[in-house]
Design a protein around this ligand. Sequence first.
Ligand SMILES: Cc1ncc(COP(=O)(O)O)c(C=O)c1O
Length: 336
Amino acid sequence: MDRSIDVRSDTLTQPTAAMRSAMANATVGDDGFGADPTIQELEVRYAQLVGKPAAIFVPSGVMANQIAMRLHTKPGDTVITGRYAHVVAFEMGASARNAGVQFALMNDVDGYLPLDEVAYAIEVEGDHQAAARAIVVENTNMYAGGLAYPIEQLRALRASTSLPIHMDGARLFNAQVATGISAAAYASHVDTVMSCLSKGLCAPVGSLLAGSQELMEQGRIERKRLGGAMRQAGFLAAAGLVALDSMVERLAEDHQRARRVAEAVEARFGDTGYRASLCETNIVAFNHPDARGLVEQLEARGILAGTVAPDRFRLVVHADITDDDIERICRAVMEL
Ligand SMILES: Cc1ncc(COP(=O)(O)O)c(C=O)c1O
């Protein structure tokens, strides 16, 4: 049988040769003492890309989100976000455990928070209900199938409230490449923003959180409290610099390939309402009553995909997936 094709996640990407070489040659120091020049360079680079004064390097996207939760809230506060947001559904209750917050959940099937629902969730404070103290948006929205947050919705959300907004931009650069709207333009509407280096950008480990100088100083303390302060992690930051400097434009290839799979899915499963136009970036996700069964059938054909709910299928295209792999996936989809 042909080699198996793994499209369970874009986190599966292997570091590139340029990353391996940068890591081997990185100048490192103890970041606990502020002495790792490669980490500092990476933090400055990301802060510039998202137009914020400061940034911190953290081990994972979840930790970046969790630090943001702790920066913007106190235990007992309500956080407004999407029903299917990563910070709610895919972090094992971390926000309840680490920040002691509860969520007001908006209907985010289209990848953004409906403004009327957000306004209502804020207004209920006047009716003896818990006060909302922060908002989390996700860009691109993973569960919605990698949809970029509509910029006019983001602008209107920002204009509608003074609550702090955190952007889970695990795949913010996919949004930038798909829409032509810069990461900084997206981030100009939020207070804090995080992005992952270890997904489509192919770095082995790491995420970045950016915001004001004051918030990031506090963020360093929260990072320490969560056990995320690393020492000679400049080895990882070196790969991260390669990711930010040379891997962003490449994401367009993933998007084109994912669109071809999306067209096959529309051809085979159009009755579910799925349309290829719903694939804006590198994720193909659609509802099917037996999503897990579809995953099993694909596995029998040497293709590893996944589910994000019993009735929601997901596959994620990434740098290690070739045009030939895409042809095989499309053929297999048509056989399901
Ligand atoms: C939207 C989103 N946010 C956050 C994360 C968390 O990233 P990490 O796996 O680095 O903790 C992910 C990971 O898949 C994600 O898809």
